[in-house]
Every structure is written in structure tokens, then in C-alpha cells.
Design a protein around this ligand. Sequence first.
Ligand SMILES: Cc1ncc(COP(=O)(O)O)c(C=O)c1O
Length: 364
Amino acid sequence: MNVFDLDTPALIIDLDRVETNIAEMAQRSRETGVRLRPHTKTHKMPEIARLQVDAGASGITCAKVGEAEVMVAAGFDDILIAYPIYGPAKLARLQALRDKARILVSLDSTEVAQGLGELGVASGSPVEVYVEVDTGHHRMGRAPGTPTAELVSQLADIKGITIIGLLTHAGHAYGATSLADRQLVVDKELIDLLATQRLCAEAGVVFHEISVGSTPSGRLEMARRGVTEVRPGTYVFNDTNMINLGVATQETCAAHILATVVSRPTPERFVIDAGTKCFTSDGVGRPDWIQVVGRDDLTMQFITEEHGVGTLDQSRGGKLSIGDKLLLIPSHVCPVINLFDSAYGTRNEEVVQELVVAGRGRVR
Ligand SMILES: Cc1ncc(COP(=O)(O)O)c(C=O)c1O
């Protein structure tokens, strides 16, 4: 079936483009000798994780225990859950996963480490942990240098865990709109991480792993001394955020929403059958936050739950009628994927596969 014959709205994955994006990042990993552990929060689909591992990824990253359960059930055996795991319910599920696969976790507190340590002692197999450092995103982690080194010293006294390295996510690289600014973010990130690693070693806690990564910063980080692992996620599909930052183009975007024009209330205005329940509200207000593939005469203006409202630049002479189908690129692709039960995999506009978004909604 041709993709434009599908009922809408639908999530469409261009499999040729996905494979090219995966191959390109894997090639960079091979060239630099830095391991790739892609974050699967972007796609949440075991089939796509399999393509990443087959292309050379050393393992995968998940955000939640529930996502890791999906991936272990699909046969993946080396998973980083880049999230603090706290409380008996989650610890029991973590142990069930550890019985089947290598599972690493990240944390930034002794409270979380205590629970993991009890698991490590009870099971006779220490839990491998990354200590998360705040290199500028100001989400998780203590500041680099003494604050993190002090935490690491306290963690080193907890039985049942093994500190394997430092981890950070340069989410603030999303605010760096030029290559020069991204270089500065990465420069500072690596200076801070390596200085922290040295401080820890001077205090007697030696580890070798430095795990970093976002899509805007990942390719730059791979070139840096000291980095051992990079965890980009969005690169597999890309989105208008990445186009805006100059690390993707419409051509390198692989996930689209197929929508139908359902109203043409004025010569200028059009309405499609996809709104926030397909695109989320992420990025609203940013120019070109949703882009129509191949139609730069169409500009999305606003969306409500079930309606996407845009305008046609009539001076360009293009036509648009009720019933026309459009392919649109979302602003932030990761939460968009989470809104769909399944996606249609295409090659050259032909639908070749239905992909279940097996990890969707696995927020626990
Ligand atoms: C801890 C962590 N690592 C890696 C990533 C991947 O970043 P990106 O989606 O920019 O590739 C994320 C994204 O949110 C993250 O939270």
C-alpha cells in the first residue's frame, strides 16, 4: 500500500532514512573508538533498537524500568537505565531484569544508592552505577568538582554497588544555536567531567567510564579525550528542533505524521486532522515548530486537541484541497512517538511493516 492511502492521522517511519541515520552515527563511533549506547526513549521500539545494535551499538539506554522490561523481553542484554531507581516495587522489578541481563543505572544520591546496595548485597552481584553530574542542564546531578567528588566518596562506602563512572546529559546543548556555541558546551562539559574524575581518583575512587550524550552534542563529544560512551537518542528520527539547531534537515527526518486536510474555511486557512493529541504541545510558539514536508508555502499556525490550523501562502500559486494528505515533521519527536500504539514503516512511500511502539506509556 502507498503511504498516502493510509487512514489518518498516522505515524510514519521512513525505514531507509532510519537506517542511514543509524549507520552515520555508528560510523562516527567506529572512527572515534567511543562506544555508542543510543537512548531508546526516542523510538521505544525493539525493532529499531535491534537495527542500532546490529549497526554496532554496544548496548542501549532506557529512561524507565518499564521501558527496560520491554527491551529485555525482546532479547536485549546490556541496558543502561539512565534514571534513579527508588523504592521496593521498582527495585524488585530491577532485580528481575538483572537476573536476565546486564542492567546499569544512574543516580545522584546516597538514598537511591542505599536501595540499590541492598539489592546488590542480597543478590550477591553488585549493581553497576553511574554517578550523574550536572554539567549545565540543571536537571539531575550535583555540580562538577568537589560537590560530586564528595558524593562519590560517600557512595564508595555503600556496599552492594560498583561505581563505574560519571554520566551527564547536556540538555543545555539545545540552547546552543551555533556549532561554535555547541563546541563551548562540550568543551566545558569535558573539562568539568575530567576534573571531577581526577578529584575522585585523588580521593581513592578510581573509575574509567565517562558517559555523555545528546543529539546536538553527541558527534562533537565522540571526538573528545576521556569520553568512553555516547547516548544520543533523537538522531534516529530527528525533528524540527534538530533542524532548528542545524544538526538535521527535512531530508534527514525519518518520523512523520500523515494528516488529512479536513477544512478550507478561507482561501488562506486550512485545517488538518492532527492536533496536540498527535504532536504534543512541545515547541508551540516557535516559528516552523511543525513543518510540512516539501511544502514551504504551508505554515502551521496553532493546534488544538484534534485540529491543526495552518495558512497557505497564496502568492506562491500552490493548491490545497480538502482530502489532500500531508506529511508533517513534529517539533520534539520523542513524546510524539509515545502517543501512538503503532507506526507504519515505509520504504520509497510503500508501507512495508507495522511497528508496535512497545515501550509507549511505560512510565514506571
Ligand atoms: C539521560 C539522557 N541521555 C541521553 C538522551 C538523548 O538525548 P537526545 O534525545 O538529544 O539525543 C536523553 C534525552 O532526553 C537523556 O535524558
